[in-house]
Design a protein around this ligand. Structure first.
Ligand code: V0D
Length: 255
């Protein structure tokens, strides 16, 4: 992982965005694909295809800016309720994404991580994700963390059960249980918490995404649907972030 705090120096877009205080970790809820399609009388699948194009653009942009990590909400534990044909289509997208992008990810030294209950995915999807993790596993640049079959509450429950088992085995004592220890048992162990969450499509909520990790994250919303989301929106979110004063619960210290 690139070192936290080093991102600014790597910015390849000077002038477009100040090098100071670039967020290290940005989380995005890639929402609004279905609505984008419906507005055009297209099948929802067409919206997901366009959502994939946006994803590819934003990954390129984030890399060029020297962002350290991108976490992308691709499929929630609630998304199983969608029509079976749509779910089947979505389950092929990890494979599709790799077919299109693996060479570029290797070139750019980008490492893929996955967060979520991967064991419940179709085996083809699991295999594609496994392949992504292994093939990019030695890359040292930007982290691309895909949340697939992910739910924030269930992530916390898993961590608690993990810890409970280790306490029973005598590996931890009850006194060892702390925020840091719990964080180490989340899917995002080793990743710093997101600095900025971007949610397109006009919904103003976090929808069970990275609940623990978002405690002090700056939130940025836009009505733009994910397929219409551009580099300019991404840059605007970062500029707005840079103008905010993050206090982490502390008091204001300067005028
Ligand atoms: C659909 C728009 C990449 C939002 C982007 C299984 C929704 C395209 C992946 C991906 C999806 C996941 C894991 C991985 C590599 C790529 C992906 C899903 C949906 C759900 F290791 N895009 N993408 N996964 N969409």
């Amino acid at each position: 992982m690139p070192e936290k705090g080093k991102a600014a120096g790597k910015s390849l877009l000077p002038g477009k965005i100040g090098g100071e205080n670039i967020p290290f970790h940005i989380a995005i809820i890639m929402d609004g694909n279905g609505r984008w399609a419906r507005k055009r009388g297209l099948p929802r699948i067409a919206g997901h295809k366009r959502g994939m194009d946006t994803l590819i653009k934003i990954v390129t942009c984030a890399h060029a800016l020297g962002i350290g990590a991108l976490s992308l909400y691709a499929f929630s534990t609630e998304n199983w309720k969608r029509p079976a044909l749509e779910v089947d289509f979505l389950m092929r997208l990890p494979e599709e994404y790799l077919r299109k992008e693996l060479d570029r990810l290797m070139e750019k030294d980008i490492r893929i991580l996955a967060a979520g209950e991967l064991g419940q995915l179709p085996s083809r999807t699991q295999l594609a994700i496994e392949e992504a993790l292994i093939k990019t596993g030695k890359n040292k640049g930007m982290i691309l963390n895909f949340a697939v079959n992910y739910g924030g509450r269930s992530e916390i429950i898993r961590a608690i059960k993990d810890i409970l088992l280790l306490v029973r085995k005598g590996q931890y004592r009850e006194e060892d249980i702390s925020e840091d220890l719990l964080a180490k048992h989340l899917y995002t162990a080793n990743l710093p918490d997101p600095d900025l969450l971007i949610r397109p499509s006009g919904e103003v909520r976090v929808s069970n995404f990275m609940l623990w990790q978002l405690a002090y994250t700056e939130l940025w919303f836009t009505d733009t649907l994910w397929p219409d989301f551009t580099e300019e929106h991404f840059l605007q979110a970062i500029r707005d972030y840079q103008a905010r004063d993050r206090r982490f619960g502390n008091i204001q210290t300067k005028a």
